[in-house]
Design a protein around this ligand. Sequence first.
Ligand code: NAI
Ligand code: MG
Length: 365
Amino acid sequence: MANPSLLILAGDGIGPEVMAEVKKLIRWFEAKRGIAFDVSDDLVGGAAYDKSGTPLTDETMARAQAADAVLLGAVGGPKYDVLDFSVKPERGLLRLRKEMDLYANLRPAQCFDALADFSSLKRDIVAGLDIMIVRELTSGVYFGEPRGIFTEGNERVGINTQRYTESEIARVARSAFELARKRNGKVCSMEKANVMESGVLWRQVVQEVHDKEYPDIQLSHMYADNGAMQLVRAPKQFDVIVTDNLFGDVLSDCAAMLTGSLGMLPSASLGAPMANGRPKALYEPVHGSAPDIAGQGKANPIACILSFAMALRYSFDLGVEAARVEQAVEKVLADGLRTADLMGPEGGVPVSTSGMGDAILAALD
Ligand code: NAI
Ligand code: MG
């Protein structure tokens, strides 16, 4: 059988720097564990624009559609600020998300014990936290019609419309239930069914999909405002949270920051299952191209490495290997290794981007 294929789009700024550490990890898996991927590289963002005048060529788009998973670094930079909106680096990323129809955005909030003091919350509230927010990404109030600023009588009125179809709710609910089966079998769905009809439908459809297809999963429902409170009061009560685009935007940023630095946050965006049963998938760190530190060996590669770990777990059914990578990250942090962004008042052993990558490999050994 052919090896699973992985398309790497390193992008701009620190993107290629953090991706270099993931490539070391991929080589490690092949050499030490006999797990091989067909890896290919291509350009996205400013790097693609520099070469071909567009942030994502049709050929790259086709390769992304055909790959078992896409791993992206970051796009953008001040050099491209003058470009027309239609060819800005970010458009490359938006095109990938849109054409691959990646409707489920997975944002974990995981607190490594060694960094628990980085959180704005008390150590025992966040230490050991490991939750996953599944945000619907392609519909809802950011896309619904009518929208715009209109004149009514003698004043202006701004309008956006929250609109969800049954099938849009059902497919993201399935993503959440599938994830829950690979985790702790627990899903909490959040909406505002008390004041929004779209929320009433959301709750009904999630419950129906559960009862029919995933009765083994423990499902609960919560109003999203209470969910926000619970996330900062007692986040460890959750495992998988599934919610709409708007609430998910806010709740995932809130949950992520419970755990500290931007340099630590991975993400995945998943779409419909392909013929081989794997979901369409794009994995990327949450951070951008960090032009202020690019080219200096200062970038923290952990967000990108953990994004690769998510690919192992959710695209390649290598959950055990993913956990090993996460444990290696945990170990180097416990040993006190710190890239600049993780250096707190308590100090630590300063390491560069490649120093952190090498230490994670050594911990895997
Ligand atoms: P950013 O995430 O690139 O940087 C924000 C701050 O966090 C900076 O001080 C940066 O040095 C630091 N930082 C980010 N990642 C880090 C890492 N791995 N290790 C250590 N420190 C890290 O966001 P910013 O500055 O708003 O945007 C810079 C460029 O990136 C812009 O062109 C923006 O459009 C683009 N961008 C791209 C994204 C993507 O590719 N998904 C997401 C966000 C921004
Ligand atoms: Mg946001």
